[in-house]
Write a protein that binds this ligand. Structure first.
Ligand code: NI
Length: 178
């Protein structure tokens, strides 16, 4: 396992559409090692989610800390070739951060409820719904797989800035980096 270099905004890998991982390749050591490297890198940089393009691998893989269920212990969730669909027109706003835009935050509106399908780290099919903050984090990560960054979703640039200046707004709104 290894901590990998994180690509920051400006690097073209963050603007590419990532390739799907063939199902038969998921169990291969190179993919399993990549997943482990993503997890290690995410923790090293205090992120709560990371997409493979952020470590210069243009593949459709996302890792995230799943701690959205108050009753359940936090665990790691891996999404491979994820597809998301909004289930509501209702949106929620969140001050998002990103390991690829260090030190910055922006307020983004996204659908508040989504469905998620894809594969997990063992190649098993996944199919679940996510709401609220969990839906925000998944949408942020899946955007990385289609070459989008959260700044592309900001509608009001007065709601974008350096974390140290925005922090007064963040106290109630749980700042995070993805
Ligand atoms: Ni991000």
């Amino acid at each position: 396992m290894a901590i990998r270099k994180v690509a920051v905004m400006g690097h073209p890998v963050l603007r590419q559409v990532a390739k799907q991982v063939p199902e038969k390749d998921i169990s291969k050591p190179e993919i399993q090692t990549l997943i482990q490297d993503m997890i290690e890198t995410m923790f090293e940089y205090d992120g709560r989610g990371l997409a493979a393009p952020q470590i210069h691998e243009s593949l459709q893989i996302v890792v995230m800390v799943w701690d959205f269920e108050p009753e359940a212990k936090p665990y790691l969730r891996v999404l491979i070739n994820p597809e998301i669909k909004p289930l509501t027109e209702e949106t929620a706003s969140c001050w998002e951060g990103c390991l690829s835009l260090p030190g910055l935050r922006g307020k983004v509106n996204r659908p508040n409820k989504i469905s998620v399908t894809g594969l997990d780290a063992k190649g098993q099919k996944i199919d679940f719904e996510a709401e609220g903050f969990a839906a925000t984090v998944i949408q942020h990560e899946c955007d990385h797989l289609i070459g989008k960054l959260y700044i592309d979703r900001i509608t009001d640039l007065s709601q974008f800035g350096f974390s140290r200046e925005c922090s007064q707004f963040l106290i109630k709104e749980e700042p995070v980096d993805h």
